[in-house]
Each structure stands twice: as C-alpha cells, then as structure tokens.
Ligand binder design. Structure first.
Ligand code: HEC
Length: 96
C-alpha cells in the first residue's frame, strides 16, 4: 500500500513543471529614468517655456519629475507621439 502511495506521489511530482531556478527568473522590467529618458523628450518639445528661463518654468517646471506626475495624461494633449506617450505612461505608472 505505501509503495503504491509513493508511486502515486512520484507520478504527481513528475507531472508538475519544474520550478524555475532562482537565477533564471526574469528580472523585473527596467524602470524609466526621468533625467535620462523622460526629460530629454520634454526638453526637445517644450523648450523654452517649461524650462529654466521660460515663462512657465515657475508654474509648471518640466525639469522636475513631480510636475510630470502631477500632470499625468494631461501632457498628452500636447505630446501626441505614440512612443513618447508610451514612455511617459510607463514613467507615470512607477511610484513617484
Ligand atoms: C511657447 C511656450 C510653451 C511651450 C513651448 C509649451 N508650453 Fe505648455 N504652457 C505654456 C503656457 C503659457 C501655459 C499656461 C497657459 C495655458 O494654459 O495655455 C502652458 C500650460 C501648459 C499646461 C497646463 C495647462 C493645461 O492645458 O492643462 C500643460 C499640461 C502644458 N503647458 C504642457 C506642455 C507640454 C507637454 C509642452 C511640450 C510638448 C508644452 N506645454 C510646451 C507655454 C508653453
């Protein structure tokens, strides 16, 4: 009887997919970096007004990640490029 049980247990084990080894687990997706990825896009498109010296820098400074988090999807009324929107969306999805 116990032999039968262990045989059944072995079969069950064999049916399970092997657990991935710890070093094979894919690393989490790369975080979007504000300074090196998001800011350059804004800098290209929204200069000079929202950058130092511009008329909107005091109210809406785009060299600060916080402004971008606060505005969220409102930015997309002025940023229409899909890739740029996707980048900013991933950035917004991250913790501030
Ligand atoms: C020529 C100067 C200038 C440029 C370039 C500029 N802005 Fe602005 N922006 C302003 C001014 C002035 C205001 C405030 C008056 C208003 O609301 O239109 C403003 C306000 C805003 C607001 C808040 C008002 C709203 O509609 O909710 C957002 C968001 C904004 N800008 C986004 C952008 C983005 C994104 C870019 C670049 C793609 C950009 N702006 C480029 C001058 C500029």
């Amino acid at each position: 009887m116990s032999r039968l049980l262990s045989a059944a247990a072995l079969l069950l084990l064999a049916a399970c997919p092997p657990a991935p080894a710890p070093d094979v687990v894919p690393s989490s997706p790369k975080l979007v970096d504000f300074d090196s990825q998001v800011k350059p896009v804004l800098q290209t498109r929204c200069t000079p007004c929202h950058f130092p010296g511009g008329v909107m820098h005091e109210r809406l400074p785009f060299d600060r990640a916080q402004t971008i988090h606060d505005l969220g999807e409102k930015l997309f009324t002025r940023i229409k490029d899909e890739q740029e929107q996707a980048l900013i969306r991933s950035f917004l999805a991250q913790a501030p």
